[in-house]
Design a protein around this ligand. Structure first.
Ligand code: ARG
Ligand code: MN
Ligand code: MN
Length: 302
């Protein structure tokens, strides 16, 4: 079966206000430098790159609430990103968002959900990103975007593009998880979200995990967003991330997941986040990100 190849729009978001350390703001450049556009053209896509959104530098702004660092600035960038993603969908194109820290998912998911009656969401990460102001151990908003998309969090974030929630817990799935905070565990239990931890992946294998995951994100939905945090991968394969956690997805496990997503032909938008070139090793993590994007968009060996 030949996959439908919607024209792709690349949107860079050099955001690092949501992370505890600098460097992810260079993620979009590093991913572009790893030949993203060329590779997608080789795959048969028409590709448009709209460049980077403007993101203020932390040095020129002050932390007002240490439990929600740079709230106003992040909310404002996410609003712009949401509009950009939404316009991209309206133009019949596939939004491919490059981060930046994971707080940008608040905007991407807002824009993607705006056009759907029900959006499925597949979230690859070492972390849950399910914290709120009350539960955060760090005050970093990149630990909160999934809670926000489900409708939990500060109103300035939750009401991005003027509606909430963006997704329903029964259509959300987390994969690769191995580092949760207590408040996140509670929210997962309360909402009944399906989480595939590394333990589950070890036991079941990524093939079986993805079969179940695909069922969850497609059941009753009219679109699926992929949010992939590179720290979901093992630090051996993706060293250039700000919050690495041992024992992650292998190169092949993550590729199999992307290949199965492409095979299912359900993706309507995607984002790849948390690439930090300062901490990387010869741009390896950005190269892995590009390879994963290719697989998610249908690259096959034969
Ligand atoms: N997108 C990420 N890398 N998130 C890391 C979050 C780490 C921790 N759970 C926190 O809330 O601070
Ligand atoms: Mn993470
Ligand atoms: Mn994350």
């Amino acid at each position: 079966m030949v996959m439908e190849k919607k024209p792709v729009t690349v949107i860079g978001v050099p955001m690092d206000l949501g992370a505890g350390r600098r460097g992810v703001d260079m993620g979009p450049s590093a991913i572009r430098y790893a030949m993203l556009k060329e590779k997608l053209i080789q795959l048969g896509y028409e590709v448009e790159d709209v460049g980077n959104l403007h993101v203020p530098t932390p040095e020129t702004h002050q932390v007002v609430d240490p439990r929600l660092k740079y709230l106003k600035e992040i909310a404002s960038v996410c609003e712009t990103l949401g509009r950009t993603v939404s316009e991209t969908v309206e133009r019949g194109r596939f939004p491919l968002v490059l981060g930046g820290d994971h707080s940008i998912a608040i905007g991407t998911i807002a824009g993607a959900a705006k056009h759907r009656k029900r959006l499925g969401l597949i979230w690859f990460d070492a972390h849950g990103d399910l914290n709120t102001r009350e539960t955060t151990p760090s005050g970093n908003i990149h630990g909160m975007p999934l809670a926000v998309s489900l409708g939990y969090g500060h109103p300035d974030l939750v009401n991005c593009l003027g509606f909430t929630p963006k997704v329903q817990p029964e259509n959300v799935v987390l994969i690769g998880i191995r580092d949760l905070d207590e408040g996140e565990r509670k929210l997962i239990r309360q909402l009944g979200i399906r989480v595939f931890t590394m333990h589950d992946i070890d036991r079941l294998g990524m093939g079986a995990v993805m079969e179940e995951a695909l069922e969850i994100v497609t059941r009753g939905t009219d679109g699926v967003h992929l949010s992939l945090d590179l720290d979901g991968l093992d630090p051996k394969d993706a060293p250039g991330v700000g919050t690495p956690v041992e024992g992650g997805l292998t190169y092949r496990e993550s590729h199999l997941a992307m290949e199965m997503l492409a095979e299912a032909n359900v993706l309507t938008s995607a984002e790849f986040v948390e690439v930090n070139p300062i901490l990387d090793n010869g741009n390896r993590t950005a190269k892995v990100a590009v390879a994963l994007i290719e697989s998610a968009l249908g690259k096959q060996v034969i």
